[in-house]
Write a protein that binds this ligand. Structure first.
Ligand code: HEM
Length: 468
């Protein structure tokens, strides 16, 4: 009898525990499916070395619409597919911009809310500077810059390492157009510490002498000091009205700030310039590097690009610079760049923070959770891109639906540097193919993810002169 009572009370307790747990777990059962991985690390160590595989595996395992994970120490919902991407692009009021803590600390960003007054002035001016109508006028300047770069760093050699050269070119190009810095020593002074800064962005945030993170923090301080000197010197020139009108971004912004009522502090301005360089730096240098690799790997594609570019070159006087009309003729070349960016996206996608509880696909993403849309959820989907691993520029002959091909994102936060990037890459491509044939020095050079794709040895390329 005693045993029956004991067993009965045990069964009742178990029953109540199960019922109670079920009631309590009901709200969390509406969270997106998925795993949050290890404490603190979450699933970061699976994401960084292969974001494409990370997305493929989890979409298969959890859901093709949305799943939860934990990255950079934060609970995160990843919206997937064209519908997930479109949901984020068309509901930006439900999200705030978000970047991992290490990135904010290293870039010394005090505020990433682009609607706050100093950002607003910076942003408005940036969009004005980078929009297509304005960028069209920079084509001859960009062409001059590319020719100068190739003459010094490519023409004298039979072999080059593309990644370091494209990084150097990207920084010197940025310094010229954005800051009006031409002097190569001055560019080097900023570029060398900038490489340390970038290495720290994905490092473990341990600020002890000798760590990658510590070197990045010191590099950021050094760059800020140099840029502060530059900005205050430039301000004096603008105030004395000795500046050229509309030459570079910084000059125009300082003029707008002085003439208008929105005064932007020098410290804030410098932080934003460093962040802008970050947005432009690895994206364009990676695009150029993978484009060169694809041209070397696919001679038939190279031939078609060459024909298009030769027609443009032959329509011009000797030494005449490219102009906007020439860029518009580079249609097949742009398809090649697009296919290269589909397979090796220069940016991962975008990150946000949920400003409110967000209901999507039958699940709830709680307010405060971080949110990610990833280029890999659609770029490698065979439904949108049959045989997704195949390099086939002809797939870009037709228009893609919204939210599918998104190397630059879409909606209000779509990359505002896309025209700058497009024109720069096409001009680079024109000058390369009209001078060289390319072959890979090591056809088996591996690509690793950091989480951006990079060639382990920076992509060594053999250059064969077109006249050979
Ligand atoms: C091939 C080159 C590039 C690619 C693939 C690229 C890609 C992207 C992506 C995916 C985003 C995130 C959008 C989001 O969060 O939803 C972004 C944002 C941004 N990019 Fe780019 N980018 C490139 C070049 C550039 C350049 C050259 C600049 C500046 C000169 C630039 C400036 C920006 C800025 C300022 C943002 C933030 C926009 C905002 O939040 O409103 N990007 N870019």
């Amino acid at each position: 009898m005693a045993l029956t009572i004991i067993l009965l009370s045990f069964a009742l307790t178990l029953f109540f525990i199960l019922v109670f747990r079920n009631i309590n777990s009901r709200p969390s059962s509406r969270l997106p499916p998925g795993n949050t991985g290890w404490p603190i690390l979450g699933e970061t160590l699976s994401y960084i070395p292969n974001p494409a595989k990370f997305m493929r595996d989890r979409m298969k395992m959890h859901s093709h619409d949305i799943f939860q994970t934990s990255l950079a120490g934060e609970k995160m919902a990843i919206f997937c597919g064209a519908l997930g991407n479109k949901f984020i692009y068309s509901n930006e009021s439900k999200f705030k911009m978000w970047l991992p803590r290490t990135v904010i600390d290293i870039l010394a960003l005090t505020n990433i809310d682009t609607s706050s007054p100093p950002w607003k002035l910076f942003d408005e001016h940036l969009h004005k500077f980078l929009r297509l109508e304005s960028m069209q006028n920079y084509v001859p300047i960009m062409d001059t810059k590319v020719r100068e770069h190739l003459e010094i760093h490519w023409m004298p050699f039979n072999q080059v390492k593309v990644l370091p050269l494209s990084k150097e070119f990207t920084i010197s190009f940025f310094c010229h157009l954005i800051l009006n810095i031409y002097d190569s020593d001055q560019v080097k002074e900023l570029a060398t510490p900038y490489y340390d800064l970038v290495k720290g962005l994905m490092s473990v945030p341990i600020n002890l002498p000798g760590t990658t993170y510590n070197r990045a923090i010191n590099a950021s301080k050094f760059i800020r000091e140099k840029l502060l000197e530059l900005v205050s010197e430039r301000k004096k020139v603008v105030l004395a009205k000795k500046d050229h009108v509309n030459v570079d971004f910084l000059g125009g912004l300082l003029r707008a700030s002085i003439e208008g009522s929105d005064i932007i502090s020098e410290m804030e301005l410098v932080g934003k310039i460093i962040a802008l360089l970050f947005a432009a730096f690895h994206t364009t240098s990676n695009t150029i590097t993978f484009l060169m690799a694809h041209l070397a790997e696919y001679p038939d594609v190279y031939e078609k690009v060459l024909q298009e570019q030769l027609e443009i070159a032959q329509s011009k006087e000797k030494g005449e610079l490219l102009n906007w009309k020439d860029i518009q003729k580079m249609k097949y070349s742009w398809n090649v760049v697009c296919e290269s960016m589909r397979l090796k996206p220069p940016g991962l996608g975008g990150f946000r923070e949920a400003s409110t509880d967000i209901h999507y696909g039958g699940y709830t993403v709680p307010k405060g959770w971080k949110v990610h849309w990833s280029v890999y959820s659609t770029h490698m989907d065979p439904v949108h891109f049959p045989e997704p691993e195949k390099f086939d520029p002809s797939r870009f002959g037709e228009k893609q639906g919204r939210g599918i091909y998104v190397p630059f994102g879409s909606g209000p936060h779509m990359c505002c540097g896309r025209e700058y990037a497009r024109i720069k890459v096409l001009i680079f491509l024109h000058n390369i193919v009209t001078r060289f044939r390319l072959s890979k020095a090591n056809p088996n050079e591996r690509v690793i993810y950091t989480p951006d794709p990079v060639f382990v040895n920076g992509l060594r390329i053999n250059l064969h002169s077109q006249k050979e």
